[in-house]
Design a protein. Structure first.
Lengths: 370, 340
């Protein structure tokens, strides 16, 4: 971090070494209550947006989170940066439990973790100039005088590939890709350790998307950033991530390092997702037969029993998958998947997928020992 | 005679800031049973091309010239009444956003029946039966009961199925699908694309699919048109386009895609932004972003001409054939690395 600016002095006296867990998310639940009545609001149910998610992110790595819309990935992101309070579980950031911190106690932590939002049109205040948008986090945290902040903002604009002279422009004077660069500059302003990127490129055109992905990679190399990268596009996630977490209806379906997940997926849902991605190569595309899932993602208000994927799963076994919830079984170092009947190999045709093998029956502890 | 023949189509809009030339000189043909894909980024003119063919641009500030011959009849000069008769029966359209293209205050059944009765002299009962049949054909479970549901009771994928049912209800000869899966998740997208393919085989209609996703094009189209800043820059069969791309913009698009089947350390990005159509650059529209730019590109517009290797492969670029072959081979090597 030789480009560490003078305005942002690290307040952290025990910085995490490379390889240490920067963020530990333990069994996090986020339920949104559904209430009835006006005066006496009686809770009649809950949207189980995130239900028992556990994972960790190491210093300097990129964890990709994929899943369909409504699977709880954005809710999870908002829980991690404490824009939402979690219902149960704990979140440890840099060795400290932040899940119960008060607003005031949380404030200094907000310098350490920032967020890049999906829609570059909606996430920038149209009435503010670029200088004050990017400089606001610095002002809020009292990092430097007005002059220093201005210098730092211009430096940041340059870092993200914008002209520092555009300091006084308004967001509407920029294109979508440039706006997202402003969003990146703002997230970078306070020298965070962790940046949570919630679908940062999905609103952009392909050619501009590549620019932003390259920029995020360069910034990670230059500043040693840690990313949580949320997207629904598996190609994008594969490109940027070191490890990937697949979510389905508020739960973790599978976690693995990038190469393992894309080459040897174990969860049928991961397999279906991979086979559904259109390949920009007509020859390869014709040879393969996509595994088409039936139906839609069920409602998280009233999720299916046991394995939440069972109503759509091609390997569904009656009396097992809908009765007993699968644990996260281990399939090698750092590779876990929640399925009783994991995929034996990959790729598979829809026909092979339906021919399921024997069930995993051992307890998770046993699985971890092998 | 082709089903649809578009010749030298130009569309411009008068705006407060000046005249926007959204489509400049687009020509293509669609044959019966064929799928033509139009790819391009937002603002490249792909949607406007289709809206012009369908006569759906606001007439107040739009000027269109050229010809769009539908079974020999020019749609651009057709009377509104004639157009209304063709739209929805012979040519139908699926729009990008299934959330906003259905009427929220009418039931699905009523909207489907309306589409039938506008064009055919059927009794309500027969129209109802036809609507139910189509809902079943597009894979909506419990089609009978769902006829009385409102759009908000359907999920995104289901609404897009309803849109497809509505588009197919009068057995159209041509289906125009404007980004039909962009608003959907991958698994739903796979469902919809599989469905469209199956229905095309069943009903034998031609399809014009507009998308920004090269993957979707590769999987659905027979022929592809690549558009950039209101111009067609390349036109070829799908295999030719992906195996021997001839235009620097197509190379850029292909290089900037992160892919499942190949390992790329870094994406080849196209620098800069697409130009404003109010003041497009002189010469080749792509020259400010092109890594191979030459002096001639800045002044002379390259014509859309057959490539030296294959007369059916049209491209608009001043580069010599050797460079193009070399670049195409280089790109293929990068993107195919690791592909099984």
């Amino acid at each position: 971090m030789n480009e560490q600016p003078t305005t942002a002095v690290s307040t952290n006296d025990r910085p995490a070494a490379a390889g240490d867990d920067l963020l530990v998310v333990d069994n996090v639940q986020k339920y949104f209550p559904i209430t009835r009545g006006i005066i006496f609001q009686k809770q009649i149910g809950a949207v189980q947006a995130v239900d028992g998610v556990t994972f960790s992110v190491k210093q300097g790595e990129t964890l990709g989170i994929v899943g369909e819309s409504g699977c709880g990935k954005s809710t999870l992101a908002r829980c991690i940066v404490r824009l939402l309070d979690i219902t149960a579980g704990s979140i440890q950031f840099d060795g400290r439990d932040i899940s119960r911190l008060s607003r005031m106690a949380m404030r200094p932590m907000r310098r350490e973790m920032t967020m890049i939002f999906q829609d570059p049109y909606a996430s920038l205040n149209p009435r503010k100039r670029v200088g004050s948008i990017v400089g606001e986090p610095l002002e809020v945290h009292g990092l430097g005088s007005a002059d220093e902040i201005k210098r730092r903002v211009q430096e940041l604009l340059e870092v993200v590939g914008l002209n520092p002279e555009h300091y006084n422009r308004f967001p509407h004077e920029f294109s979508g890709g440039q706006r997202q660069r402003i969003g990146v500059a703002r997230a970078l302003a306070v020298n965070p350790k962790l940046i949570v990127c919630d679908e940062p490129v999905s609103a952009l055109d392909v050619s501009v998307q590549a620019q932003i992905l390259n920029l995020l990679k360069d910034l990670q190399d230059d500043f040693g950033l840690t990313y949580i990268f949320i997207a629904h596009d598996l190609n994008v996630v594969r490109h940027i991530s070191d490890r990937v977490l697949v979510m389905y209806l508020g739960k973790v379906a599978e976690v693995a390092s990038r190469d393992v997940l894309y080459k040897e997926p174990k969860h049928p849902y991961t397999g279906a997702l991979l086979s559904a991605v259109p390949i920009p190569n007509p020859e390869l595309g014709r040879k393969r037969e996509p595994i088409v899932l039936e139906g839609d993602v069920p409602s998280p208000v009233n999720p299916p029993s046991a394995c939440r994927f069972h109503p759509r799963c091609p390997r569904f076994v009656e009396g097992h998958c809908d009765v007993e919830e699968p644990q996260l079984y281990s399939f090698g170092p750092g590779h876990v998947a929640a399925c009783h009947y994991p995929l034996e190999r990959w790729p598979m045709t829809p026909e092979e997928m339906r021919r399921r093998g024997t069930a995993r029956t051992e307890t998770p502890e046993q699985a971890l020992q092998t | 005679m082709s089903l649809l023949e578009v010749k030298d189509l130009h569309t411009s809009f008068r705006t407060d800031d000046g005249i926007v030339r959204a489509v400049e000189g687009v020509s293509f043909e669609v044959e019966k049973g064929q799928t033509l894909g139009i790819v391009g980024e937002s603002g490249s003119g792909k949607s406007v091309t289709c809206l012009t063919i369908m006569g759906l641009n606001p007439s107040r500030n739009t000027i269109s010239t050229g010809e769009a011959l539908w079974k020999g009849k020019n749609l651009l000069t057709a009377k509104p009444r004639e157009l209304r008769e063709i739209r929805g029966s012979e040519i139908s359209m699926i729009f990008q956003d299934p959330m906003t293209s259905l009427n929220p205050v009418h039931t699905i059944g009523r909207q489907l029946i309306e589409a039938i009765q506008l064009h055919r002299d059927l009794t309500k009962r027969a129209a109802h039966a036809r609507a139910r049949e189509l809902l079943k054909a597009v894979g909506i479970p419990k089609a009978d009961a769902r006829m009385d549901d409102y759009p908000h009771q359907f999920s995104g994928g289901m609404r897009q199925r309803v849109m497809i049912a509505m588009a197919l209800i009068n057995d159209p000869d041509l289906l125009i699908a404007d980004e039909p899966t962009t608003a959907l998740d991958v698994t739903t997208q796979a469902q919809i694309l599989t469905l469209m393919k199956r229905l095309q085989e069943e009903f034998g209609s031609a399809v014009l699919i507009i998308t920004h996703d090269l993957g979707v094009v590769a999987e659905t189209a027979d022929d592809v048109l690549v558009m950039y800043a209101a111009n067609v820059v390349e036109q070829a069969s799908v295999d030719d386009l992906f195996n021997r791309p001839q235009h620097p913009y197509t190379w850029g698009l292909m290089g900037s895609l992160p892919r499942l089947e190949a390992d790329l350390e870094r994406l080849t990005q196209i620098p800069g932004q697409p130009p404003s159509l109010l003041r497009p650059p002189a010469g080749c529209r792509f020259h400010p972003r092109c890594p191979h730019v030459m002096e001639v590109c800045k002044t002379t517009v390259p014509p859309l001409a057959p490539s030296e290797r294959d007369p059916a492969h049209l491209q608009a670029c001043h580069l010599d054939q050797e460079t193009k072959d070399r670049e195409a081979a280089k790109l293929l090597e990068i993107t195919m690395a690791g592909a099984g």
